[in-house]
Ligand binder design. Structure first.
Ligand SMILES: Cc1cc2nc3c(=O)[nH]c(=O)nc-3n(C[C@H](O)[C@H](O)[C@H](O)COP(=O)(O)OP(=O)(O)OC[C@H]3O[C@@H](n4cnc5c(N)ncnc54)[C@H](O)[C@@H]3O)c2cc1C
Length: 383
């Protein structure tokens, strides 16, 4: 049975909760705001299904396939601008919905918490648009996806790299009517920190929140902004380099413990297609560069290759070099390094207010800046 001793060994994918035939696993939120499984020992029969499908302790047999990398962007300007990178995800949704399929992805609920939901219309798929930089709750969506797959429906399931590894292990078989799309992920921030941050800015603007966008392109794709619109008509907007929540996220201060040791990267989750931002495209393919956003698409399986052909008319694509793309986007293959200030940050956060605590911990010393720069240069040379 699942037994979480080290927090690093649980990515919170809900796979164990979904697979348990006796409903004896539930999720409990810890004091950092992340959920972990708790087993009801009176109900558990020790079948071990939960530990057999856990993505942090099990590996999936890798598909033999040479990854095909593309630079891509949607031909629809509106989709491109309103998405995080090149908008290809929405073009994938369009095909599924046209063929009466179901899309699963991460959406805000009415409290601006992030959770996985299903969509059978493009109106609902709109909710998936844009990266939400906080962990999304999978809930019972693995079970729902399996039900649709067994009924023969076309299903597209999207999620972070660990969520897709969790789904593939949960399903324990390959369905020809399933397409899995993983979002290359830097790591997922704590839902508790995000909740406190929403409360903080809501208080500052003296109003309820009616819209949140993490990847607004008013100042361009590379210089994206975090934007909040309030019921009283006011608006908060700051670039990711200046906004406090984004600074803490990008400094890896409050990611889920398992993210620093992610076991789903480097194509270990058997997704059919991976989506990312094509950072560094201007140095490789200047003609294809576009301030409205460019996606990096990795086709990881024969199924993914066949499926991707269905949207070729809707997008512009360009062959590219996988090693170069990885050198500019290392999260494709390896997790971010543990921030040694993380523990002190959470200790202080419990005693102090969020604004002061993040501000104190995001200021990087000159030595750290030099070490980071050296790490970056070494990585560039490696690829
Ligand atoms: C937490 C997080 C970290 C990321 N880190 C990187 C990175 O290091 N490098 C990189 O290149 N790209 C990263 N991305 C992905 C990138 O920002 C874009 O989402 C991706 O390029 C797809 O863009 P798009 O324009 O095609 O579609 P968009 O419309 O922007 O993307 C929508 C897709 O993102 C999914 N999604 C949104 N929020 C979440 C969430 N919290 N959890 C799971 N799925 C979510 C939706 O379900 C949908 O599938 C990250 C995304 C998230 C959510």
């Amino acid at each position: 049975m699942i037994n979480i001793i080290e927090k690093e060994s649980c990515c919170g994918c809900y796979g164990c909760v979904n697979i348990c035939p006796y409903d004896c696993i539930s999720m409990k939120i810890d004091d950092e705001g992340f959920w972990y499984p708790i087993v009801d020992h009176d109900k558990c029969i020790g079948c071990n299904l939960c530990s057999n499908i856990c993505p942090t302790i099990n590996e999936i047999k890798k598909i033999e396939f040479n990854v095909i990398p593309y630079a891509c962007k949607s031909k629809n300007d509106e989709i491109q601008v309103s998405s995080s990178s090149g908008g290809v995800f929405t073009n994938l949704c369009e095909y599924i919905i046209k063929n009466e399929g179901i899309v699963f992805g991460a959406a805000f609920n009415d409290k601006f918490e992030v959770e996985h939901i299903e969509a059978s219309t493009m109106k609902l798929c709109e909710k998936f648009k844009g990266s939400k930089y906080v962990q999304s709750k999978i809930g019972d969506t693995y079970i729902k996806a399996r039900k649709y797959l067994q009924e023969g429906k076309l299903v597209l399931f999207s999620g972070t790299q660990c969520q897709i590894k969790g789904l593939n292990l949960f399903l324990r078989k390959d369905y020809s009517n399933l397409i899995t799309v993983d979002i290359i992920c830097h790591g997922v921030p704590s839902p508790l920190i995000f909740k406190e941050y929403k409360e903080l800015i809501s208080k500052k603007f003296n109003s309820e929140i009616k819209y949140i966008g993490f990847r607004e392109k008013d100042k361009g794709w590379k210089n994206f902004s975090f934007k909040v619109k309030f019921e009283n008509g006011k608006e908060y907007s700051n670039t990711h380099r200046e906004d406090l929540y984004m600074k803490g996220f990008l400094n890896d201060l409050y990611l889920r413990p398992s993210c620093y040791n992610c076991t789903a990267k480097d194509f270990r989750n058997n997704s059919d297609i991976s989506l990312a931002d094509y950072w560094g495209i201007e140095e490789k393919h200047l003609d294809f560069y576009d301030e409205k956003g460019v996606s990096l698409i990795l086709i990881n399986s024969r199924k993914g290759k066949l499926f991707f052909k269905n949207i070729e008319e809707k997008i512009s694509t360009l062959d590219t070099d996988l090693n170069y793309a990885i050198s500019r986007n290392p999260c494709i293959v390896k997790p971010v390094s543990y921030n040694r200030k993380r523990e002190r940050f959470f200790n202080e956060f419990r005693r102090n207010n969020l604004e002061d605590t993040i501000s104190k911990f995001v200021n990087v010393s000159m030595t750290e800046k030099i070490i980071n720069k050296l790490k970056y240069i070494m990585l560039k040379f490696k690829y």
